[in-house]
Write a protein that binds this ligand. Structure first.
Ligand code: NCD
Length: 307
């Protein structure tokens, strides 16, 4: 039995196969309508979510399966003090696969150790968000036709943004990837990403605080929200929250072929005027999230691809 806790749980080849399957799903959706008939997905969300939870549910429904679960810790027995280990033992009796989001880093890993069904990490604290990464990879590959030879700008809250951590870990496995890490000093990437991932792999990267200067060289601009819920005090959040606001004026500095991604939700960091720019790919990205989660559910449940 396999889980997805970290993007590296799938090799580059396996990731490629999963993205190929997601691509086939995108173009032949009806073919997949019954491949998970009778199967159940549990969504265990101890933290707020719109896209991740609902795209998982839509994915399972698109495959013919059913969904059950909870959308907040308050409405589960966590509010009574039940441990993740006990909860997952119970859920294993009710469902065939589960997606878990938790504010504590490592909670889905603990769950996987007590689970008899595949566990998918749907975001654990400020740590990792592997299914967002699969979504990001599919989006980048579909739009640019490649996952190598890219200059990727990651902008905003690189310290607490789990989507950024997972995306860096996944992308360093491809050739010719350069990163421009754009953030205020206080929100730079954690040391473990800098030393254990970027430095160790000898990846080319620059840490800067000016978005305008970085714009012209980027193939992908990955914007992120400042993660309010991970701050220790509100003053710091208020001071840093509007560090970057992407608008049409900034977009003029970018290549015609650059794409803007954002895992969403956005707060202020992308002005709504940018939505009309053909390079704005964040809503499309959310749609790819459904196809990639369909492919992931099929892969972890070892469902055969229909002919
Ligand atoms: C992200 C998350 O939860 O980490 N959202 C998502 O899953 N698409 C990004 C965020 O909340 O800023």
């Amino acid at each position: 039995m396999r889980h997805l806790l970290n993007p590296l749980d799938f090799s580059v080849e396996e990731t490629e196969q999963l993205l190929d399957l997601a691509g086939d799903i995108e173009h032949n959706l009806p073919k997949y309508a019954h491949v998970c008939d009778g199967k159940k997905l549990a969504t265990l969300f101890y933290e707020p979510s719109t896209r991740t939870r609902l795209s998982f549910e839509a994915a399972m429904l698109n495959l013919g399966g059913s969904v059950l679960g909870f959308a907040s810790a308050d409405s589960s027995s966590a509010a009574k003090g039940e441990s993740v280990a006990d909860t997952i033992r119970i859920i294993s009796c009710y469902a065939d696969i589960c997606a878990m989001r938790h504010p504590k880093e490592g909670a889905p890993l603990v769950a996987s150790q007590f689970s008899s069904i595949p566990v998918i990490n749907a975001g654990d604290g400020g740590h990792q968000h592997p299914t967002q990464t699969l979504t990001d990879l599919l989006t980048i590959r579909s739009l640019t036709g490649r996952l190598n030879n890219l200059t990727v700008g990651l902008c905003g809250d690189l310290k607490f943004g789990r989507t950024v951590h997972s995306l860096i870990e996944a992308l360093v496995r491809y050739t010719g990837i350069r990163f421009v890490l754009i953030s205020p000093q206080e929100l730079r990437i954690p040391d473990y990403i800098r030393t254990d991932v970027l430095d160790k792999k000898g990846v080319e990267y620059r840490e800067v605080d000016n978005l305008d200067e970085a714009m012209p060289e980027l193939d992908i601009l990955y914007m992120t929200r400042v993660q309010k819920e991970r701050f220790f005090n509100e003053e710091d959040y208020i001071r840093l929250k509007d560090s970057y606001i992407l608008d049409n004026k900034k977009m003029e500095l970018a290549k015609e072929t650059m794409y803007v991604l954002h895992p969403l939700p956005r707060v202020n960091e992308i002005s709504v005027e940018v939505d009309k720019d053909p390079r704005a790919a964040y809503f499309k990205q959310a749609q790819y999230g459904v196809y990639v989660r369909m492919a992931l559910i099929m892969t972890l449940l070892e469902v055969e691809k229909p002919c």
